[in-house]
Design a protein around this ligand. Structure first.
Ligand SMILES: *Cc1c(COP(=O)(O)O)cnc(C)c1O
Length: 381
């Protein structure tokens, strides 16, 4: 706990905030458990990596690091705009899309404002609004680990200041389909800012029924922003680049007032631009991962463990309900060098999220999980 002196200085919203659970690094797992081969299945990274064009773009940068980067991300915003049918003025770029989430909360939330999101949630969808003093209403996923569309439409209609809709969801992986999304959008009052977090859109596009959110939203006369990231499908998590496509330039100009001026560094801008120019590489990685997700599901079925189930996923991960506390199971996996993410939110502590990795890592995970679940009797867990 912080000392009294520090507590007295801090804004009252800050001390109660949870610290984002970023998990263990591969090195920490090697050091702690003495394993050499670590399977990173906790952070939804792309195991196939970024386009080779990224390496070429980065190689030329050493001579330029003395100069500040382009504060306006001019070239990258122009490229993203051209590729998504928007104007450059509608594009905001962040140090990861988490940076844009923070800007949105700083620009639009005052103490007492209400924010709506899903539970279980992406940690920052709760932490950043609370940091600004907003209250966060969290709508639980259904028993079947899906969006409760009726509950969402009713809650949205009550007019929260901001709706943080992850589609598809992280950690559940479920999606709101085109019909559900259209119903939800129609229920949003004019005074609500609709934020659609599409961190996994490149995977979800392959799922039948996934909505074209931009097409739906462009037909609306209300404020909205769609967030995407280079961290997942594009394989650039280590460089931190995310972007948003906003309903209008005025929204981006508001974010420009709260963001740090040079929020996207020169290497990140160059890498994202190079990656964007090689969509084929990204699409191949996505197709492999989606195929591997099906293999992983078959292998999990094959374990025949009673009570083991998982959500239908439109992403590069699966959300497993183990039917028993997931923390000890995740610890046992960690001791074997397999990093997954046990869920810590109240009501969801029997679940864990596993990223679809390389085939060998997925198989290693399934075999270890089967062994662990069979060695710990269900009732005693
Ligand atoms: C991974 C993720 C992000 C953002 O990642 P960045 O690396 O900050 O771009 C945002 N939202 C969700 C739901 C995510 O899973």
């Amino acid at each position: 706990m912080p000392s009294h002196a520090i507590l007295a200085l801090a804004r009252p919203e800050v001390a109660p905030l949870p610290v984002y659970n970023a998990g263990l690094s591969s090195d920490a797992v090697r050091a702690r458990y003495g394993v050499t081969d670590v399977a990173r299945l906790a952070s939804n990274e792309n195991p196939y990596g970024a386009s080779p064009a990224v390496g070429r773009a980065l190689a030329g940068l050493a001579g330029q690091v003395a100069w500040y980067p382009d504060a306006a991300c001019t070239a990258l915003r122009a490229a993203i705009a051209a590729g998504s049918g928007a104007e450059p003025g509608q594009i905001v770029v962040g140090n990861g899309s988490e940076d844009i989430l923070q800007m949105l909360c700083q620009a639009f939330l005052s103490p007492g404002d209400r924010v709506l999101t899903l539970q279980p949630s992406f940690g920052l969808h709760e932490i950043y609004p609370r940091m600004m003093g907003a209250t966060v209403e969290m709508l639980p996923a259904t028993q079947d680990l899906a969006f409760d569309v009726d509950a969402w439409c009713a809650a949205v209609a009550r007019g929260p200041k901001l709706v943080l809709l992850p589609n598809p969801s992280n950690p559940v992986g479920c999606m709101l389909d085109a019909a559900g999304f259209a119903r939800l959008v129609a229920a949003v009052p004019a005074g609500t800012l609709l934020v659609v977090d599409e961190a996994y859109v490149e995977y979800a596009r392959l799922a039948p029924g996934f909505p074209d959110a931009l097409a739906v939203l462009r037909a609306q006369a209300r404020p909205w922003i769609v967030l995407r990231t280079f961290s997942k499908a594009w394989g650039l998590a280590g460089l931190r680049v995310g972007y948003g496509i906003a309903s209008d330039a005025a929204l981006v100009q508001m974010l420009d007032r709260v963001r740090t001026p040079f929020n996207v560094n020169a290497a990140a801008q160059a890498a994202a631009l190079a990656a964007w120019g090689d969509a084929t590489h990204m699409e191949q990685a996505v197709a492999r991962t989606v195929a591997e997700r099906r293999v992983l599901e078959r292998q999990l079925h094959g374990l025949g463990v009673p009570g083991l189930r998982w959500a239908a996923s439109a992403t590069n991960f699966l959300f497993l309900d183990l039917g028993r506390p997931s923390g000890p199971v995740a610890d046992a996996l960690l001791a074997r060098g397999i990093i997954v993410k046990p869920w810590k939110e109240t009501g969801w502590t029997h679940c864990l999220r596993v990223t679809v990795g390389l085939p060998a890592d997925n198989t290693r995970f399934v075999l270890a999980l089967g062994e662990i679940l069979r060695s710990v009797p269900h009732a005693a867990a």
